[in-house]
Design a binder for this molecule. Structure first.
Ligand SMILES: NC(=O)c1ccc[n+]([C@@H]2O[C@H](COP(=O)([O-])OP(=O)(O)OC[C@H]3O[C@@H](n4cnc5c(N)ncnc54)[C@H](OP(=O)(O)O)[C@@H]3O)[C@@H](O)[C@H]2O)c1
Length: 290
């Protein structure tokens, strides 16, 4: 696979989409990045018109309504983007015979299993975002062509809404942070996920794969490491709280760690989440991410 393969990326302006587009271009793929300016995922004619005109060989569908709390306020919008939009992408893929890669989430699980989720575990989403992403998965699984679903989690990267970036900003502005210590997951550098998705694409992998950075962290662990790498541990009051101490619109799974054994049987073990976090903070000046 390379120059003679045309890859279309939805959500190309998003945190993950930008890394996917960059890596594809660096690797010599004919790459078409599409975001809301190219087509609105909720408008069937726009999605189909664009994809049928471009005729990609592969569609990497990262575009989504990703606000977890916002989705509770706007469930219809979330459904239109994550479910209807995905269906339009799948139907377009079907027309042009494209291989479709859909990015999904640990939030399809309820977090009650108590150990890492494997691909065969049965989803049971507990919030609107997770539910709409799971129904999006079902749309993809109904595709008669080649499809791949890559579930990931707790993405961070150079986006103002990435958790480490928010932690940094609040620490600098308020000198005090209250962070939950009873939600556990798999923090993952969006750049590492982008590379993994392209490796899976090159293997023509199909079915469901989990990809996250290795290790397990609580939100508190992730905040602590962020402050440590930013040189801010001293002078900041980092307070551990539990989920019950805060009000948030969406329920979140208490333990949504993903098992990457299936990915590791094809490739190698992903680097640890804190190594990936350190790499991210070495590569970007977190104080400049706005
Ligand atoms: N962030 C995480 O922790 C996480 C974890 C697991 C899986 N994922 C999945 O990974 C993928 C990428 O996530 P991300 O964190 O990179 O999200 P992101 O930064 O919010 O990117 C999503 C992109 O989709 C675009 N989009 C939203 N609504 C659209 C519409 N109606 N039409 C066209 N484009 C639209 C957004 O554009 P605007 O910015 O203009 O709205 C944005 O560029 C998503 O599928 C997400 O579900 C994310």
């Amino acid at each position: 696979m390379s120059a003679d393969v045309k890859v279309l990326v939805t959500g190309a302006g998003g945190m993950l989409g930008r890394f996917v587009v960059k890596k594809l271009i660096d690797d010599g793929y004919e790459t078409v990045g599409a975001d809301i300016d190219e087509f609105d995922l909720t408008v069937e004619d726009e999605v189909k018109g664009f994809i049928l005109a471009e005729k990609p060989d592969v569609i990497i569908h990262t575009g989504a309504f990703t606000g977890v709390d916002e989705a509770e306020d706007c469930p219809e919008r979330s459904h239109r983007v994550n479910v209807d939009g995905t269906r339009y992408v799948v139907e377009s893929a079907s027309e042009v015979g494209a291989y479709i890669i859909y990015i999904s989430t640990d939030y399809v699980f309820d977090g009650e299993k108590g150990n890492p989720y494997v691909e065969e575990d049965i989803p049971n989403p507990i919030n609107v975002y997770g539910r709409t992403k799971y129904i999006g998965e079902i749309e993809v699984r109904g595709y008669s062509g080649r499809w791949l679903i890559v579930r990931s989690a707790w993405l961070f990267g150079p986006s103002p809404i990435a958790f480490p970036v928010k932690v940094y900003r609040r620490a600098v502005e308020e000198r005090e942070l209250r962070v939950v210590n009873d939600q556990f997951g798999s923090p993952t550098y969006a750049k590492d996920l982008a590379e993994a998705v392209i490796k899976l694409m090159e293997k023509r992998a199909d079915g469901i794969y989990h990809f996250v950075n290795s290790g397990i962290a609580s939100r508190y662990d992730l905040a602590m490491r962020t402050l440590e790498y930013a040189g801010l541990l001293k002078g900041i009051n980092l307070i551990e709280i539990s989920t019950g101490d805060i009000e948030s619109k969406a329920k979140r799974p208490p333990y949504s760690v993903l098992d990457t054994g299936k990915y590791e049987r094809l490739f190698c073990e992903p680097r640890m989440w804190y190594e990936a976090l350190k790499a991210f903070m070495d590569e970007y000046d977190i104080s400049q991410i706005v």
